[in-house]
Ligand binder design. Structure first.
Ligand SMILES: [Zn+2]
Length: 398
């Protein structure tokens, strides 16, 4: 039985079999001997290249096509090089653009990624995501993927999610419950002791927070997880992370309330809780910058309310410095001064700054801030020992 030809090439109207294809280069430069010489060279090249016998007209057509093709590709390459010379390096321009906005290059590159609308199935909620998070790329090939609401394990398909829920016995965060108020609980989770849980939480966070940069370095952080409890378990509402040791007085590194729980006063509640911990530690604190747009709005609302409330309770005739307010609220002097300025309460008189307090105005401002949904933290319900890296063994050896 004859073997099938490996290649076939159409020359004119005949189909010729290629016996042995060699990598012979066909010259596109004009030979010295004029048109006849050119045609002979083409024929010779084709013969050597394909081991074929072809007539002169076919050879002329083939050579014409080849020359045209080569010329086109050379021209295209030249145009590309010319274009690239006139264009700035895209990475450099991004670096410049985002340096102006005090953002990092990694963030810049991240935000340029295709931002398609995706959904996650999270417990009973189907949630629209806002940003891309580095989940496996094939997760994004479908309209939604699945995340366990208790351990944050991510799954690609509904059947995988069902199998997981049958064998996942986690019903609350893996740390200590340090606060309980009605159905709300807050757990402290150590990034060092529960690395996988915290990594999965960071991945989830990135779906809703563009500024989130913490991914793999969870060990130096504590995570305060807020949940709503019912008969099925402690359902994740939101959280904030905090450096175990902050040299810059940061009391919150990253803060998130799931979209399904937003507009219920939980954001303010969690911010208030972060300042409660700071006051409990006899420290002052501020959130890590830059804040997201939503984060900044939330914090400004909290700072306005806290300072105005503090001033409304102030008894007349009693002098109080910025540092005094700082100690009582846990806020940094910078945040206090910015808040006073924002509310036109700081006046410059006789070379000194002073407070301009009109109690009626302040009451009106507070009434504008306070919403019906505001839930108040009850400090006495906090059962907590601040983090220390000194172990019991170290204390015993002292
Ligand atoms: Zn799970």
């Amino acid at each position: 039985m004859p073997r099938k030809p490996r290649h076939s090439i159409i020359i004119g109207h005949t189909v010729a079999k290629v016996i042995n294809k060699k990598s012979t280069k066909i010259s596109t430069s004009k030979p010295a001997g004029g048109k006849k010489q050119l045609l002979d060279t083409t024929l010779k090249a084709i013969k050597t290249h394909y081991h074929l016998s072809v007539d002169k007209s076919s050879a002329r057509a083939i050579r014409g096509k080849l020359v045209k093709k080569v010329k086109k590709s050379v021209e295209l390459k030249k145009q590309q090089q010319k274009y690239l010379k006139t264009q700035p390096n895209p990475i450099d321009s991004l670096r410049y653009e985002f340096a102006c906005k005090n953002l990092t290059l990694s963030h810049a590159l991240e935000s340029t990624k295709e931002n398609k609308q995706h959904k996650i199935q999270f417990g009973n909620y189907l949630i629209d995501t806002w940003f891309m998070s580095p989940y496996p790329p094939d997760f994004y090939t479908q309209s939604k993927f699945f995340i366990c609401e208790f351990c944050f394990t991510s799954m690609k398909t509904a059947s995988m999610a069902k199998r997981h829920s049958n064998k996942c016995f986690v019903k609350c965060p893996p740390g200590d419950e340090i606060y309980r108020q009605g159905k709300i609980s807050i757990f402290e989770v150590d990034g060092h002791k529960n690395k996988m849980y915290c990594l999965n939480l960071c991945l989830l966070t990135k779906l809703f927070l563009d500024h989130k940069t913490l991914f793999y370095d969870v060990e130096p952080f504590l995570f305060y997880i807020m949940t709503e409890t019912d008969q099925n378990g402690c359902h994740f509402v939101g959280y904030f992370s905090k450096e175990k040791k902050s040299t810059q007085n940061f009391n919150v590194s990253c803060i998130l309330i799931l979209p399904t729980y937003q507009r219920k006063g939980y954001g303010q509640y969690l911010i208030d809780f972060s300042y409660l911990l700071t006051r409990y530690e006899n420290k002052i604190g501020t959130p890590e910058k830059p804040l997201s747009a939503l984060g900044l709005l939330g914090y400004q609302k909290y700072w306005n309310y806290t300072i105005l409330k503090h001033l409304s309770l102030k008894t007349s005739g009693k002098h109080e410095s910025i540092n005094d307010i700082s100690i009582k609220t846990g806020m940094t002097p910078d945040d206090i001064i910015a808040t006073l300025q924002r509310n036109n309460l700081l006046v410059f008189n006789n070379g000194q700054y002073g407070l301009h307090i009109n109690k009626q105005e302040i009451k009106q401002k507070i009434a504008n801030i306070v919403s019906k949904k505001q839930i108040k933290i009850e400090p006495r319900k906090l059962k907590w020992t601040p983090y220390t890296d000194v172990s019991i063994l170290d204390i015993m050896l002292l």
